[in-house]
Design a binder for this molecule. Structure first.
Ligand SMILES: [Zn+2]
Ligand SMILES: [Zn+2]
Length: 238
């Protein structure tokens, strides 16, 4: 199935010969200059609950936010902070339609999950859905593309168990309180029997305040999921 989907995507959006981000060189895989931009943003300390990267020397683990509030999801992990080349990668995938970036990005996310024992219990991958009109506009859901690659790498089933019920304003620029109100009640569960009793990992491209993941987690738990974890490509810093 993956090969079929990938084959179709390759037909519509042939990957460039060189570096999947900047096109430099002729080799497959990221070029040295893109890798050099990635290196300083990888391997940073992170909050063991929300996965936000702890940059200040005084930052505590779990972070201040996670100490103050409990979350419905067990934990979130991300590849890197949402800045520099990692922000560029997400932007290129989502807005410049460089769909061939989903496999390498998904593989990076899978290796983060493989390195964390908490993800060993996961049996089902659920991508965060787009609202129907946003999906019509963009024509693909970046989270689903990432989830498919992660599922392939980890040998796990991807289930589109969530639907987004209505359009919500873009969350960019909203604070945590506004984001929470904006996503309240927007998700509904379908194919509930496939998540009941299972440990589920939610997959999304970016974790900002965590309000989307929290709301989706509540719905899945309500539908009988045993535990919910989250895996995103980038997250904010603390
Ligand atoms: Zn490059
Ligand atoms: Zn935290």
């Amino acid at each position: 199935m993956r090969n079929l989907v990938q084959g179709l995507l390759d037909l519509i959006y042939p990957p460039p010969a060189g570096c999947p981000l900047c096109g430099a060189g002729r080799d497959q895989g990221f070029c040295q200059s893109c890798l050099d931009r990635m290196a300083p943003l990888m391997g940073l300390p992170y909050c063991e609950t929300c996965g936000r990267f702890l940059v200040s020397a005084a930052a505590q683990n779990p972070c201040q936010t996670c100490r103050a509030t409990s979350q419905p999801y067990l934990r979130n992990r991300s590849v890197a902070p949402h800045e520099g080349v990692f922000k560029d990668l997400i932007h290129a995938l989502k807005y410049n339609r460089r769909l061939w970036l989903a496999p390498p990005l998904g593989r990076m996310m899978a290796s983060v999950a493989k390195a964390d024992t908490a993800y060993r219990e996961v049996r089902v991958i659920v991508p965060i859905p787009l609202a129907p009109d946003r999906l019509r506009e963009r024509r693909f859901n970046q989270s689903l593309l990432l989830a498919r690659e992660i599922g392939f790498e980890l040998g796990l089933r991807v289930v589109d168990a969530l639907v987004r019920q209505e359009q919500t304003p873009h969350q960019t620029g909203m604070d945590a309180v506004a984001r929470r109100a904006n996503v309240k009640g927007v998700f509904a569960v379908r194919k509930g029997r496939l998540v009941r009793g299972q440990t589920v990992v939610l997959v999304d491209d970016v974790f900002t305040t965590g309000s989307t993941v929290a709301e989706a987690s509540r719905e899945l738990l309500q539908a009988g999921a045993a535990e919910v974890l989250s895996l995103t490509f980038t997250t904010g810093k603390n």
